[in-house]
Design a protein around this ligand. Structure first.
Ligand SMILES: Nc1ncnc2c1ncn2[C@@H]1O[C@H](COP(=O)(O)OP(=O)(O)OP(=O)(O)O)[C@@H](O)[C@H]1O
Ligand SMILES: [Mg+2]
Length: 147
């Protein structure tokens, strides 16, 4: 993989914005619309937040690894943690399912709906890997941000 950027962040909520910035900057190199870039940012924020909040259970001593790859017409993002993992992935991905009563259980739904492809691998006690892909539309102008 030659066009890939890797970022490792400590599992602290204040670093979620770094993940958003990186992915937005990478997405800007492809022909995504402004709205699509926003969707990518939301999906990545959800995955990184899950790693911090659920994977490392808010401990702050873990590492969240973000791998962002550019392919022709497609952005691929992987969010990897070595936290607690999930025993029942199918259940975890149900709409409105959450192990935290204060949460909505919508993170995976956002990821699914805002990206074209979502793949989750997880092993209890070992961690979780979320892979997402989004293709650029076949029509529409390139966003240039000015005249
Ligand atoms: N990286 C992860 N490591 C361990 N468990 C996870 C991870 N990501 C998700 N989960 C589990 O899957 C459940 C569903 O995740 P999802 O993001 O859909 O909802 P949520 O995080 O609970 O709520 P919301 O995202 O709406 O704040 C979580 O409650 C948690 O139990
Ligand atoms: Mg979530």
């Amino acid at each position: 993989m030659h066009n890939r950027v890797v970022l490792e962040i400590p599992s602290l909520p204040e670093h979620v914005s770094l993940a958003r910035l990186l992915v937005a900057q990478m997405a800007a190199q492809l022909r995504f619309t402004v709205a699509e870039v926003e969707e990518i940012k939301v999906a990545v924020s959800e995955a990184v937040t899950n790693a911090i909040v659920h994977g490392y259970q808010g401990r702050g001593d873990g590492v969240v690894r973000l791998e962002v790859s550019l392919h022709p017409g497609e952005l691929e993002v992987e969010v990897i943690d070595q936290g607690c993992g999930m025993a029942d992935l199918e259940l975890a991905r149900q709409p409105a399912y959450s192990t935290d009563p204060d949460r909505m259980g919508l993170g995976f739904i956002f990821m699914e709906n805002f990206m074209d492809h979502l793949e989750v691998r997880s092993e209890p006690g070992r961690g979780t890997r979320v892979r997402m892909r989004k293709r650029t539309g076949t029509c529409g102008p390139v966003t240039t941000g000015g005249q």
